[in-house]
Design a protein around this ligand. Structure first.
Ligand code: PAF
Length: 290
C-alpha cells in the first residue's frame, strides 16, 4: 500500500492506476478507524480496481467550541488497518497542503445544511461540503463511499455532487453497530464506562419509533413522543434533537409517509452521538438504504 501526503503525488499515483485500466474507489475519512470505516474500505475493494482512502481531520467542519484538538488520531494504526482492509493508497495531507495561505472558497449547501445537526453546528456542513468537493477533485474517483450513520452528510453530499455535476457515483454503506446496537463512531472513545453503558438508548429509541410506525402510528408528533419517552429513561443523556423527516428534503410533516428518516443527536458526557433509521413508510414499513 502506498502512502502520500502531497496532492501532486497523489494525483500522479492515481493517474498511473487509471493508465493501467483500473477503476478508482474512494473512502474519505477523518481517521481513527473502527469497523464502520473498514466496512467502507472493504466494500470499495470488492467493486473497484484501485482503492484510495484519505485521512484528514478537516478543521473547516469543526465549530470554535468543538473537539478539533481532541479529535482522536492514530495514523500508523489506521494505515495498517487500511492495508488489511484492501486499500491501495492512503492520502493523508497536512492542513497546510489542503488549505494553503489565502484559501477562501466555500461550498454553500443551503437549507439542508441548517436543519438537524446543522442547527446546532452552524457552518459544519459548509465545511464538510467544501472539503469533500476538494477531495473529490483531487482523487476524481468513479465511486466514493460514505457511511449511512452520517445520514444528513450523505444526503447533502449527494445533492452537492448532483448540483455541481461531479462525475462520481456516491454510495451509502449501512451503519455498523456494536453488539448492543450502539452505532460505531470515532467519538465513542470519549465515553466513560458508565456513559458507554447508557449510549445504546439512542438506538433503542429508534427501534421503539420503528415499532410504533409498524403498528400503524403515522402521526409525527406521536412518533417523536415515543422517541422522547425512551431517551428520557437515561439521565446521562442530553438530547440535542430527535426528528422524523422526509429522507430527501429533511422536512418535518404532520404525518409520516414515503421515504423518511428517523434521526437523533444527543450528548453523553463529552461525546455528541448521532444515529438514524431510514424507513419506507407505506402500507408496510421497510428499512431502506440512503
Ligand atoms: O465523515 C467524515 O469522516 C467527514 O465528515 C468527511 C466526509 C471525511 C469530510 O471531512
Amino acid at each position: 500500500m502506498k502512502f502520500e501526503t502531497s496532492i501532486t503525488e497523489t494525483r500522479q499515483t492515481i493517474a498511473k492506476a487509471r493508465q493501467d485500466g483500473l477503476s478508482v474507489g474512494y473512502v474519505p475519512t477523518m481517521g481513527y478507524f473502527h469497523d464502520g470505516h473498514l466496512s467502507l474500505i472493504r466494500t470499495a475493494r470488492e467493486s473497484c480496481g484501485f482503492v484510495v482512502v484519505s485521512i484528514f481531520v478537516n478543521p473547516l467542519q469543526f465549530g470554535p467550541k468543538e473537539d478539533l484538538a481532541a479529535y482522536p488520531r492514530n495514523i500508523e494504526r489506521d494505515c495498517s488497518l487500511a492495508a488489511q482492509a484492501g486499500a491501495d493508497l492512503v492520502f493523508a495531507p497536512g492542513e497546510g497542503e489542503m488549505y494553503r495561505p489565502r484559501f477562501s472558497t466555500a461550498v454553500e449547501v443551503g437549507r439542508l445544511g441548517t436543519v438537524l445537526c446543522g442547527a446546532s453546528r452552524p457552518g459544519h456542513f459548509r465545511g464538510v461540503a467544501t472539503v469533500v468537493v476538494k477531495l473529490l477533485n483531487i482523487v476524481r474517483p468513479d465511486v466514493a463511499f460514505f457511511g449511512e450513520k452520517d445520514a444528513q452528510q450523505l444526503i447533502i453530499i449527494r445533492r452537492v455532487v448532483e448540483d455541481l455535476d461531479i462525475p462520481t457515483t456516491i454510495k451509502g454503506i449501512p451503519t455498523v453497530r456494536e453488539a448492543d446496537g450502539l452505532a460505531m463512531s470515532s467519538r465513542n472513545v470519549y465515553l466513560t464506562p458508565e456513559e458507554r453503558g447508557a449510549a445504546p438508548v439512542i438506538y433503542r429509541a429508534l427501534l421503539a419509533a420503528e415499532d410504533a410506525i409498524k403498528r400503524g402510528e403515522r402521526r409525527t408528533a406521536e412518533v417523536l413522543g415515543v422517541i422522547g419517552g425512551v431517551l428520557q429513561t437515561e439521565p446521562l443523556l442530553k438530547p440535542d434533537y430527535f426528528a422524523a423527516v422526509g429522507l430527501h428534503d429533511l422536512e418535518e410533516r404532520p404525518t409520516l409517509q414515503g421515504e423518511i428518516l428517523l434521526a437523533i443527536a444527543a450528548r453523553i458526557g463529552k461525546a455528541r452521538l448521532i444515529d438514524n433509521l431510514p424507513l419506507d413508510v407505506s402500507d408496510t414499513v421497510k428499512r431502506i438504504a440512503i
